[in-house]
Write a protein that binds this ligand. Structure first.
Ligand code: IMP
Ligand code: MG
Length: 175
């Protein structure tokens, strides 16, 4: 994709912060009286992670992981390479994975199994965006900000070639 340009605003910062407040209330209801560990997936989830954590008034710790798809980008094996692992022992903990977008579902499918194998008590998924048309593996997504069409999204943490993460809204690429 050469000379890419960013399209119009799809989702505004205001819409995102309102949605984060709504999802934060749901998480509080679902985990009332319990503690949670929010695990943000670097780097795309940073802004959404900040929005969610400040809207959840529970006994909370946070951590981050950095992962990338293993092998060539054209052939997704479903195997995920861990670039930065957790610093937290999550055994017996309620883990909420905070992700930017669920596309094929392979990354989250891998991470969910990874946390279950480390004996987390529960593992939930909270994503800013869901792209259901891209799905290759069946996965339950517990908290979804917005559903988007099968187009290439940038902004609010999401990148194209590491650019556009700083846009304070969700947009898409046009050629
Ligand atoms: P999955 O394993 O196919 O669900 O991959 C999800 C990951 O692919 C996300 O964490 C993003 O890093 C990346 N991704 C998928 N769709 C987009 C997009 O439209 N824009 C930017 N990154 C995307
Ligand atoms: Mg990502």
């Amino acid at each position: 994709m050469h000379n890419e340009t960013v399209g119009t605003v799809l989702i505004t910062q205001k819409q995102i912060s309102e949605k984060a407040a709504e999802i934060g209330r749901k998480i509080e209801e679902d985990f009332r009286g319990e503690s949670v560990v929010l695990v943000g997936i670097l780097r795309g989830a940073v802004l959404w992670m900040a929005d969610i954590m400040k809207n959840v008034n529970l006994d909370m710790t946070i951590d981050f992981m950095s992962v990338s798809s293993y092998g060539s980008s054209t052939k997704s094996s479903g195997i995920v390479k861990i670039n930065k692992d957790l610093d937290t022992d999550i055994e017996g903990q309620n883990v909420i994975i905070v992700e930017d977008i669920v596309d094929s579902g392979r990354t989250l499918n891998y991470l969910k199994n990874y946390f279950m194998n480390r004996d987390a008590k529960t593992v939930k998924i909270c994503t800013l965006l869901d792209k259901p048309e891209g799905r290759k593996v069946d996965i339950d997504v517990d908290y979804i900000g917005f559903t988007v069409d099968d187009i290439f999204i940038v902004g609010y943490g999401l990148d194209y070639d590491q650019k556009y993460r700083n846009l304070p809204y969700i947009s898409y690429l046009e050629e």
